[in-house]
Design a protein around this ligand. Sequence first.
Ligand SMILES: Cc1cc2nc3c(=O)[nH]c(=O)nc-3n(C[C@H](O)[C@H](O)[C@H](O)COP(=O)(O)OP(=O)(O)OC[C@H]3O[C@@H](n4cnc5c(N)ncnc54)[C@H](O)[C@@H]3O)c2cc1C
Length: 316
Amino acid sequence: MKIIEKAELSQFTTLRIGGVVDRICFPASINELGDLIDKLISQNEPWSILGGGSNVLISSNDIPGTVICTTGLNWIEQPGPDQLIAGAGVRLPRLSAYAAKLNLSGMEFYEGIPGTVGGAIVMNAGAHGSSTNQILEIVTVLNLKTLKFETLTPKDIHFGYRFSSVNPQEYIVLGAKFRMVSDTDASIRSRMKENNLIRCKTQPIKDPSAGCTFRNPIEINMPAGKILDSIGAKNWTVGSAKVSPVHANFIVNLGNATSHEVCKLITKLQEVTYEKYNVLLKPEIKPLGHFNQNEAVIWTNANQTATSSFIITNNE
Ligand SMILES: Cc1cc2nc3c(=O)[nH]c(=O)nc-3n(C[C@H](O)[C@H](O)[C@H](O)COP(=O)(O)OP(=O)(O)OC[C@H]3O[C@@H](n4cnc5c(N)ncnc54)[C@H](O)[C@@H]3O)c2cc1C
């Protein structure tokens, strides 16, 4: 198994933020991952799970313990004419391109989402009116309570908007089986191209970011990006963390941003939105690592703490 000691986690996130962790491990098989978890649990060592690192804010402070990155679980198989099996670490654009080559439709919306299969199931990733639960047939997981491998069907899982009851406090996603439909190569590729065009026009895809900062609120019928635009948030900057001028729900890293700067910016966005709309925006980005109390309220006030390693420290 590939292991990097004293790894800079910023290298493993799309936002390019994250401190030094004792080690990051890349299991290449389910058995390797199972053995690693057994060892970490028996040694009582802190650990957390990372997929593509495209929806996390990792603290800039050093992080004790182990990060398990799933990107070595990267197999794709076709068990039946309209089905694909993928390991938890398979990148979504690769999976969508693979399906397109087989004339299988259903994953066109994955084009341009820089996450992995595991992250997509945990977040119920979606775009352009489609979401992961609509194409999912089976998820294989390691149940962290029983330490047994299990197979879940969508009936066993509660899915919502950017939410799934498969969360890293209870399960590690190992892989999934997807059901799709046959279509022509031309129509699949034209949908993928269209999705990409929309993304290029509306999102800061070239800048380091962690995707949408906040979930769309249910209290008012307005997406988070529009709300933030309406309070004039575009271009607000704290240090090297900036609200994108392209899409106000994206925070981009201008180069050397820290998690502390991102937290200050998120807090400001939450406060000003609350003053104007009486709505607390809930973060879509998951925290990983150590955050002080002032930072942690971003997630605790909004009941958004389901992450494998979120540690609240005293204010410094
Ligand atoms: C430019 C950009 C555009 C984006 N566009 C979209 C979009 O259109 N739609 C959308 O839904 N999202 C979008 N995102 C967000 C993100 O890509 C998705 O949420 C994605 O599903 C996250 O997957 P990941 O593998 O990167 O997860 P990570 O960021 O690595 O992890 C997210 C959470 O899942 C947990 N996790 C990861 N893998 C596993 C596993 N195997 N088992 C258990 N827990 C796990 C982590 O511990 C963490 O809590 C975008 C992000 C970026 C940067």
